[in-house]
Write a protein that binds this ligand. Structure first.
Ligand code: CP
Length: 343
C-alpha cells in the first residue's frame, strides 16, 4: 500500500498508527529489531530536516537501514534521467520509499509502477500526510480525544501542504476548523470544491470581511445542519481575538492554534501578493486575549516571523514536542506499511 494522500488511510488505520506510535513511545525496546534486514530509501527532491531525518532515525531505531538519494547534482537526474526511471531503480534497492517532490503529480504518477510502498513526504503544494498524522497524534496526546475540538489553522493555506492534509483529517474526525489565511493565502477554489464534494453534509464555509490582523476567518463546520452564528456575533469574536475581549466566545473557543509559515520564497507568487495584508504573527497579546487564552500552539516548522522565538517557553507551546512526535509516528508507519505489524 502507498500513503500519498491522508485519504488513502481509513479512520481506523489512522487510529492504528497513533496507537502504535504510543506503544513505541512507551516500550521502544519491544520494537528495536523488528525491521532488521529492511532498507528505506529517502528520496528527497526538496530540502527537509524533520521529515527526512525523523524517517531515517525511525528506521535505524527499528533495526533497519537507510539509503539517501542525496544531492540531486550527484545523481543521474542531473543527466536527465526521469523520476519514473529513478523510482524503478530504487524499487530494487529498497523495501520502502519516502518521497518528497516539488511537483504535485510526481509521486502520484509513479505509484502504479512501484513494487514497494511509497510514502509521500510532501508533493508540491498538495499534501503532507505524515505531518498530519504527527499533528493528530500531538493533538490526541494533549486532549485524549480526536473529535469535537475547535482548531484554528492560520497562515499560508494556499501553498502550505501540511494544512491540506490536516484539514481532511480534522473534518473526518468531526472537528470544527477556523481558517485564518495570511493575506490572500486562503484555500484555493479546487481544494474547497473538493471538500464540499467529499463531505457534502458536513462542510460549510464562512467569510469574515474584517480588516483586523486576522482579517479573514472561515469556518468549516463538521456538524450536519449548520450551527449558524450571526455575522454580527462572528464579527465581534473576530475583533475580540485581536483587540480585547468582553465575550468568551462560548463553545466555539479554540483548543488548538495551528500556525504555518509563509511559503513565499518556496513557491513563486503573484507580484501583487506582496501588497496584500501583512502576514499574521502570534503575539503574547493575542495569547492573552479571551478567544485565544486556552489553545495550545502548534506549528509544523520550520518557522518564520509568524512564530517568534519568545514563545518557545510559553506553557502552551507544543511545536517542538510535535517535531519529536514525528519519530514515533514514522516508526509506526514503517512497521505497518512494511507489514511487520498487522493493521
Ligand atoms: N514539517 C516539515 O515537513 O519539516 P521539514 O521540511 O524540515 O521536513
Amino acid at each position: 500500500m502507498h500513503l500519498i494522500s491522508i485519504n488513502d488511510f481509513t479512520n481506523k488505520q489512522i487510529v492504528k498508527v497513533l496507537d502504535l506510535a504510543e506503544e513505541i513511545r512507551e516500550h521502544p525496546e519491544d520494537f528495536q529489531k523488528l525491521l532488521d534486514g529492511k532498507i528505506l530509501a529517502n528520496v528527497f527532491f526538496q530540502p527537509s530536516t524533520r521529515t527526512r531525518i525523523s524517517f531515517e532515525s525511525a528506521m535505524l531505531r527499528l533495526g533497519g537501514k537507510v539509503i539517501n538519494i542525496g544531492d540531486m547534482a550527484m545523481t543521474s537526474t542531473s543527466k536527465g534521467e526521469s523520476f519514473e526511471d529513478t523510482v524503478r531503480m530504487l524499487d530494487d534497492y529498497a523495501d520502502i520509499m519516502v518521497i518528497r517532490h516539488f511537483e504535485e503529480d510526481a509521486v502520484k504518477d509513479v505509484k502504479s509502477i512501484s513494487q514497494v510502498s511509497l510514502i509521500n513526504a510532501g508533493n508540491g503544494m498538495d499534501e503532507h500526510p505524515t505531518q498530519a498524522l504527527v499533528d493528530f497524534y500531538t493533538i490526541r496526546r494533549e486532549f485524549k480525544r480526536l473529535n469535537s475540538l475547535n482548531v484554528v489553522i492560520c497562515g499560508d493555506l494556499l501553498y502550505g501542504r501540511t494544512v491540506h492534509s490536516l484539514i481532511h483529517v480534522l473534518i473526518r474526525f468531526n472537528n470544527r476548523i477556523y481558517l485564518v489565511p495570511g493575506g490572500r493565502r486562503g484555500l484555493n477554489k479546487d481544494f474547497r470544491d473538493n471538500l464540499e464534494y467529499l463531505y457534502p453534509d458536513m462542510t460549510r464555509l464562512m467569510l469574515f470581511p474584517e480588516t483586523t490582523l486576522f482579517s479573514r476567518l472561515y469556518a468549516l463546520y463538521p456538524e450536519k445542519g449548520l450551527k449558524m452564528f450571526s455575522s454580527e456575533y462572528l464579527r465581534s469574536i473576530a475583533n475580540i481575538q485581536i483587540i480585547r475581549s468582553s465575550d468568551s466566545g462560548g463553545d466555539i473557543k479554540p483548543s488548538v492554534l495551528y500556525m504555518t509559515r509563509n511559503q513565499q520564497g518556496t513557491v513563486p507568487i503573484n507580484e501583487d501578493a506582496q501588497e496584500y495584508d501583512p502576514y499574521p504573527v502570534i503575539t503574547q497579546i493575542l495569547l492573552e486575549s479571551k478567544f485565544f487564552n486556552e489553545p495550545i500552539i502548534m506549528h509544523p516548522l520550520p518557522r518564520g516571523p509568524e512564530l517568534p522565538v519568545s514563545l518557545d517557553n510559553h506553557p502552551r507551546s507544543r511545536y517542538f514536542e510535535q517535531a519529536q512526535n514525528g519519530l514515533y509516528v514514522r516508526e509506526a508507519l514503517l512497521l505497518l506499511m512494511l507489514n511487520v505489524v498487522k493493521w
